[in-house]
Write a protein that binds this ligand. Structure first.
Ligand code: BGC
Length: 415
């Protein structure tokens, strides 16, 4: 059975600055690592120095036609209001390399890590944080807007706010006292030294500031550069139910709280929405699922409902991240096929999906979990920086070459 995608569909993978670049010391995560609150990131994948060979591998060996990177705010604006031309030049070099390889760039302007000066001011708790963020985004658009068309302002605002102010696993490690069982971003829960009931209200305040930050950033970017497509990247946790009316109500409320109440505030200032999908929660479910190395249910099928959930905003969509932590690489190929199958189904039902970026090209720094969890199409030896392409990456390559799923997609052992 043929499942073809439209001509010009984007196929690629994603990375994020702090998780791969290495050598970043002036942000809030590096400080938290020095204080022993999260694992150190160190050289990570040394992508800052190895991007040329990594892009080359993505394009020529793995067949990708696009790549999503993010920018490190702490490199570009190391002190408040002072911008570093060298850092911009380095990112311009990355974009030039992508152009040379015909790897379409997608830039996320900010992916979780804050410059230390901004974190010291209170980060997104600060009343002026939206304006400060918009100034940074406007600057970036002015400098990089001629070399890249696709931008997202913020990666996963709700994950960022939830992990920082509800579960307290990420900087600034504030924890809402009633959230004892929440586990959104990892296992480390021993540093939530600032547990309080009031953190819930700070969390709501941070969410509001993030929405304003996006909206102001959109205007600032539009003003400084012409012809950009600017959006936001949202992680959809799919809440669904066994059909029991009460469970249905829970699911509807959670989808509203996690997704719609935020997207409603920003979609008018979006040219597209990037969807990240990893996790579902089915109320009343008694089924047991196979687990990924993150301990998450193997349920790639949730991507379909996730895409259909945001179809109503009438914007082009792209899957900015979906993938699996699977060190043995024994489930990744099947997981990717199932994701792509679901994406195709969602498109048949009217979701205007333009591309898919597997998370991630490389094994990398998985935040509070350190380097142990392996999402990469490419295995990285963090001692030697050696790269080794996993068999599943070739299955994905074949799908890209066929621009769709044409059975039988050969299994990794047949490659
Ligand atoms: C984030 C990535 C992260 C991935 C896997 C997403 O929420 O954007 O930075 O590595 O999930 O946990």
């Amino acid at each position: 059975m043929e499942k073809k995608f439209p001509e010009g569909f984007y196929w690629g993978s994603a990375t994020a600055s702090y998780q791969v670049e290495g050598g970043i010391e002036n942000n809030d995560w590096a400080k938290a690592a020095r204080e022993g609150k999260v694992p150190p990131c160190g050289r990570a994948c040394d992508f800052w120095n190895r991007y040329e060979s990594d892009f080359e591998m993505a394009r020529t060996e793995l067949g990708h036609n696009c790549h999503r990177i993010s920018l490190e705010w702490a490199r570009i604006e190391p002190e408040e209001g002072q911008f570093d031309d060298e850092a911009i030049k380095h990112y311009l070099d990355m974009l030039a390399e992508m152009r040379r390889l015909r790897l379409k760039p997608f830039i996320t302007v900010w992916h979780f890590t804050l410059p230390q000066w901004f974190a010291d001011k209170g980060g997104f708790e600060h009343p002026d944080s939206p304006e400060i963020f918009a100034r940074y985004c406007g600057y970036v658009a002015k400098k990089l807007g001629n070399d890249c068309r696709h931008f997202a302002t913020i990666n996963e605002p709700i994950v960022f706010a939830s992990a920082g102010w509800l579960s307290g696993q990420w900087p600034p490690f504030k924890r809402f006292s009633l959230m004892n069982s929440i586990q959104l971003a990892g296992d480390r829960r021993d540093h939530h030294d600032k547990t309080s009931f009031w953190n819930f209200f700070t969390y709501l305040h941070v969410r509001r500031n993030l929405a304003r930050a996006h909206n102001l950033a959109y205007d600032a970017m539009r003003k400084t550069a012409f012809g950009l497509e600017i959006g936001i990247v949202h992680n959809i946790v799919l809440f669904h139910s066994d059909g029991n009316p009460l469970n249905r109500l829970f699911a509807a409320f959670m989808n509203w709280f996690w997704t719609h109440s935020f997207i409603k505030k920003v979609y008018r200032k979006c040219d597209s929405i990037g969807v990240n999908y990893y996790i579902h929660k089915k109320f009343g479910d008694t089924k047991t699922y196979a687990k990924t190395d993150m301990g998450w249910d193997v349920y790639p099928e949730g991507l379909c409902d996730a895409l259909l959930m945001v179809k109503k905003y009438g914007l082009p969509l792209w899957v900015a991240e979906a993938g699996v932590a699977d060190a043995d690489d024994d489930m990744r190929a099947d997981y990717i096929k199932r994701l792509i199958n679901c994406m195709h189904f969602a498109m048949q039902k009217g979701a205007d999906v333009r591309g898919y970026m597997y998370w991630s090209l490389l094994d990398n720094y998985e935040w509070a979990q350190g380097f142990e969890k392996r999402f990469g199409l490419v295995e990285v030896n963090f001692e030697t920086q050696e790269r080794k392409i996993r068999p599943s990456a070739y299955v994905y390559k074949q799908i890209i070459e066929q621009n769709g799923l044409i059975d039988p997609v050969r299994s990794p052992s047949q490659q």
